[in-house]
Design a binder for this molecule. Structure first.
Ligand code: TYC
Length: 106
């Protein structure tokens, strides 16, 4: 028992916390890479569909990737980032585009 009202006076009061502070799980950046073949409209559609971007934001991010070679499209937990990468890669493969999406620890 832990010293609540149901069992008063039995709690030895040993503090069992082993870390002074809580630790947040690491976050992962999802990156979209440029290539010479994937149509711009396809990339815009991917950003809307899998990353919830408005059309205006998706066009902006797509053009950043097109000009700079890479851009971050979101930050997620490991599991969510992995799912996004897999969804994008599978969707691109299904449409026979070479679009690449990766993740890296923040
Ligand atoms: N560079 C591509 C083109 O000119 C467009 C493109 C943008 C491709 C972003 C991939 O992640 C990408 N059609």
């Amino acid at each position: 028992m832990s010293g609540d009202d149901a069992s008063p006076g039995t709690d030895l009061g040993v503090v069992t916390r082993t870390r002074p502070h809580t630790r947040r799980p690491p976050l992962y950046k999802v990156l979209l890479l440029n290539d010479d073949f994937t149509p711009m409209e396809f990339v815009v559609h991917v950003l809307e569909r899998f990353f919830g971007m408005s059309n205006a934001r998706a066009v902006e991010v797509m053009l950043t990737v097109h000009r700079k070679g890479v851009a971050m499209v979101g930050v997620f937990s490991y599991e969510v980032a992995e799912t996004k990468v897999n969804q994008v890669m599978e969707f691109a493969r299904r449409h026979q585009h070479p679009l690449q999406c990766t993740m890296e620890r923040e």
